[in-house]
Design a protein around this ligand. Sequence first.
Ligand code: HEC
Length: 120
Amino acid sequence: MNYRNKTVFIGLFLPLFFIWPGGLFAEQKNIKVKPETIYIQNCAVCHGDDGTGAMPGIPSLIDDRSWAKYPNSELVKRIQNGIQPAKSETGMPANAGNPALTENELLLSLVYLRSLTGSD
Ligand code: HEC
């Protein structure tokens, strides 16, 4: 590499590695996010910390586990589209009401939801 190329590399491309969506370490950051944290932050407001429902009108996902027979990939699609009222009057807003929630985060929240027994 001659002097000019080096300058271009260090001055232009090197910073890009760090600035580009989330930076070089974006992948590692995601891995540190715990399924429980995502569930508590995005789902517990309606479904409760233990999945039994935080307020009247929200059906317990523990007493009625009929949703659990569907694979996570199917549940993610349904959550993204919003769940039409069936067991509640309101249904569930598209993407759990948070457009910023990624598919990956939805998957993680489902992993946590599946682990709940209603007693904790
Ligand atoms: C604004 C309140 C609200 C939030 C936030 C919310 N839900 Fe729901 N969810 C509901 C309601 C209400 C229902 C019941 C819909 C019905 O059957 O009428 C439901 C149903 C479900 C079901 C059952 C689906 C089925 O097919 O029967 C699953 C699974 C679920 N929610 C997962 C989640 C996950 C995971 C999150 C967080 C990423 C979440 N919910 C966030 C309100 C919410």
